[in-house]
Ligand binder design. Sequence first.
Ligand code: GDP
Length: 433
Amino acid sequence: LPVIAIVGRPNVGKSHLFNRIVGEASAIVSEEAGTTRDRHFGQADWAGHHFWLVDTGGLVEDSNEPMDVAIRKQVMQAIDEADLLMLVVDAKVGVHPSDARLVDILRLAKKPWVLVANKVDDPNSADFYDFYRLGVTDVYPVSAANGKGSGDLLDAVVAAIPETDEVPSEAVRIAVIGRPNVGKSSFVNKLLGEERLVVNDESGTTRDSIDAPMRYHDQDIIFVDTAGLRRQSKIDDGIEFYSALRSRRAIDSSDVCILMVDATEGLQNQDLKIATLAWEAGRGLIMVINKWDLYADKTDKSSAKFRKDAVEKVPYLGFVPFLFTSALTGQRVNKVLDMALEVQEQRTRRISTSQVNDALQEIIAKLQPPQAAGREVKLNYATQVETSPPTFAFFGNHPELIPENYIRYIHNQLREKWGFTGSPMRIIMRSKR
Ligand code: GDP
């Protein structure tokens, strides 16, 4: 999905505008697991255009740099990360010297942007005319407070979003995700060969070679958002801010996610949150425990123990393959490709309806669904309704009375039978037709 970033001086009303747009443009509120701060990005949909909206306000407010430096950085980062920018100015204040400097920066960047004059609460007011002094062709007057003008603004914005060439996908799309500094870019470098990265680095920040393709055993593979990985290690501010958005984006546009963990730090809650985002989004998952060269005792036992501890914390990891690597020495790095292809195969596997029904008969024969309120609860037949991830529908007389623990029992039985290693798997209960 394209990313639209809202930038501008403090107090011009960026977060009000953010809330207004995300609220008005049928928002799918992103439930960032565990973010205690205010929401900084959300998905919105306007006239059939789906996009991420980012409020960069927090970047400046949190900074202890001089205001001007902080704002400048905020905008530079947004230029790197976003596909389109909204520069917000304050119509009640008029043209501020910082506004003019930001316009200069935006002109030099090769990204589309629009100028938004906020706090124009009365649409007949001429307050915002002053901003034409900045040499822009359009100024969009809005009132984040009462919503006036935001429809016209959104129309203009979605029209200006650059078309992204969707890669026709026979290719398996792999995202390497995880906290900063766990070794993601080192890992991807190792895998893709160092030269490629040198080439990209020379071309600077203007070239957004986000996706890196490769071919492996006659299979096209695409590593998504490798440009993001490189950027991340270069910028030391705002890492947290953009890395959450980047993870979400990478997860959304991938088939298989490689969740990278720093072995020396052990499995952190933040690692698990990112893993769970990928798992719940239906993506294939591989746990890569990196920096294994530094891990005190790297025997088979210690890898088995690492895995066991992880599964104890988060049971679904029992269905996920683990790989213990060193991006520094290259140890086992190449194995991840075979693993990813295998996981994708599992994730796209289709089981015939007769096999699913045979499984259902075995499952019931071992353990009947419990009676509920004296009524006999029956499951009559089942079928796989979807792949990516495999999803099975079970039909019965009282689907609503099948308890959670019986569904878990079915889940485990199907896993035992078919594995689906590295892939989520879903079960739904339906009324018999
Ligand atoms: P990223 O932020 O996840 O992309 O992490 P980087 O790839 O930038 O790596 C962060 C730091 O860890 C760098 O200094 C790397 O050289 C180092 N590093 C990465 N992988 C390994 C590894 O497997 N072993 C060791 N010893 N260091 C590593």
